[in-house]
Design a protein around this ligand. Structure first.
Ligand SMILES: Cc1cc2nc3c(=O)[nH]c(=O)nc-3n(C[C@H](O)[C@H](O)[C@H](O)COP(=O)(O)O)c2cc1C
Length: 459
């Protein structure tokens, strides 16, 4: 819940939409992954609807899956690199925030700092960094390694990378570049601060060769769900994309992360938690149900089986069992999504095929379908239960389901006073309501308000 009583909305873009068969839907753009015109249109659509930000998911590899499945799928096969794409979108939009997913495992901190500082300048203060640690083997194999770093090591690395990046963004005070052609002084030497970072993992002298970003720091975004992920989010994140399926789950996560923030001297209002909602809105419930059903029927059974296999951690080989029979006895649950799928299969007496179709359709996210009033009611209930500060809208297929959300649900939320009708400011920080951090070398007491503490920098 935000102090102004209004939701924050993020538009989450997989190229053709969140649903695994979205690319085959008649109202999707099948070649979206490498169609710049499509991205321009969907960025402008979200901006017309006054979304806070758009968010590009990414991985540094083609997803690893059996060829017969991946060749019938579109998610994470081949698509544009996000920072390049966001720079192009910055030139055709004016207000909407632009979030890029960039890995702390497979980029040097200097590269990350430089790219986001540049994007923040190019977009006049609209950049944000979705910090991911990259657990996929396929990504590691593109960067000279045989496998991803261990989960905990990934987060240790991520925290150090973030601190270096923040330090590099403070290389120059806001007014360091005087550019005085008369006196011949380009920058004021006392306003330059080299980093001199040196640990076993990274040595970075600095300064960054880009002036301080207009937002001070581009907005820090995260989506980690594990204990390490939550701790990292509570140190740094100013927006979080979370995957919860019901209010009690979302509330427990919300209270936990906001509680952890206090330990770092942070104001809990300065991190916006935005659970993911995959949405299909049609004028009536019956039309929405029919649309979802049609989408489900477009899932190729091989793709569904492969996705269920992955979600079950390949603990049994589903290619060797009868798809129309029940799920065989599974090894012990280890909690999380695996457990909930196995339980669902048993409880509803589903065949493997039915369970696979269900799992592939939802992709472990909250799927909601219905009329504009129904969807607005659902979002209002969550918002008023104080388990979120808004939502990450993952249209099931794009542009169709995005257009429907913008044309039908947004006006309904606005009518109820739950969403803005105009942007209040110009930068992403202003949209979200998170403060612009001072340069650490200028205001050494400001750290209670921003996600970084100098004293902890080289911990
Ligand atoms: C809504 C949402 C979007 C995500 N997008 C990406 C992404 O684009 N790229 C990526 O590598 N990971 C992405 N992730 C995965 C998270 O970064 C994270 O690894 C995952 O939630 C597991 O949490 P953990 O790292 O704390 O174990 C996303 C997660 C969620 C919930």
């Amino acid at each position: 819940m935000n102090s102004d009583g209004k939701m924050r909305l993020a538009a989450y873009y997989n190229p053709t939409g969140h649903h695994v068969a979205s690319w085959r839907h008649p109202r999707a753009q099948a070649d979206a992954s490498f169609n710049i015109k499509h991205y321009v249109e969907i960025a402008q659509t979200a901006e017309r609807a006054k979304f806070d930000l758009l968010f590009l998911a990414d991985a540094n590899a083609t997803r690893e899956a059996a060829v017969e499945a991946i060749s019938r799928s579109v998610q994470f096969v081949a698509h544009f690199e996000p920072m390049t794409l966001l720079s192009a979108l910055a030139m055709v939009t004016e207000k909407i925030g632009l979030i890029g997913t960039v890995s702390t495992s497979w980029n040097e901190p200097y590269h990350i700092a430089r790219k986001f500082a540049s994007l923040d300048h190019i977009s006049n203060g609209r950049a944000g960094w979705n910090i991911v640690t990259s657990g996929q083997k396929a990504e590691a194999m593109n960067f000279g390694k045989d496998d991803a770093y261990d989960h905990h090591d990934r987060y240790v690395r991520a925290r150090e990378v973030v601190k270096i990046v923040l330090g590099l963004w403070d290389s120059w005070e806001d007014d360091a570049f005087v550019i005085d052609t008369k006196s011949g002084l380009y920058y004021e030497p006392s306003k330059r601060h080299d980093l001199h970072w040196s640990t076993d993992m990274y040595k970075v002298r600095g300064p960054l060769n880009v002036p301080r970003p207009p937002q001070g720091y581009p907005v820090m975004v995260q989506a980690g769900g594990s204990d390490d992920g939550r701790e990292t989010a509570s140190m740094f994140a100013e927006a979080i994309f979370s995957p919860h399926l019901n209010i009690p789950q979302a509330k427990a996560y919300y209270d936990d992360v906001k509680g952890r923030m206090k330990k770092y001297g942070r104001n809990p209002d300065h991190c916006k938690i935005l659970p993911g909602l995959s949405v299909i809105c049609r004028p009536t419930q019956a039309e929405a149900d029919a649309d979802y059903q049609a989408l489900q029927e477009l899932i190729h059974p091989i793709v569904a089986r492969e996705m269920l296999n992955t979600m079950l951690g390949h603990r049994i080989d589903l290619t060797k069992v009868d798809m129309d029979g029940p799920l065989p006895e599974m090894p012990d649950h280890d909690g999380g999504h695996y457990a909930s799928l196995v339980e669902l299969g048993k409880r509803e007496k589903m065949s493997i095929r039915q369970l696979a179709m269900h799992a592939a359709g939802a992709r472990a996210k909250n799927v909601i379908k219905g009329s504009p009033e129904f969807i607005a009611d659902y979002m209002q209930e969550w918002f008023e239960a104080e388990c979120c500060d808004g939502f990450t809208i993952m249209p099931a297929y794009i542009p169709g389901a995005l257009d429907d959300f913008c044309e039908m649900v947004v006006p309904e939320l606005q009518k109820r006073g739950l969403f803005r009708t105009e942007y209040e400011g110009n930068t992403l920080r202003e949209h979200l309501g998170v403060p612009r951090p001072e340069n650490q070398h200028v205001d050494t007491n400001q750290w209670s308000q921003v996600p970084y503490r100098l004293a902890e920098a080289a911990e």
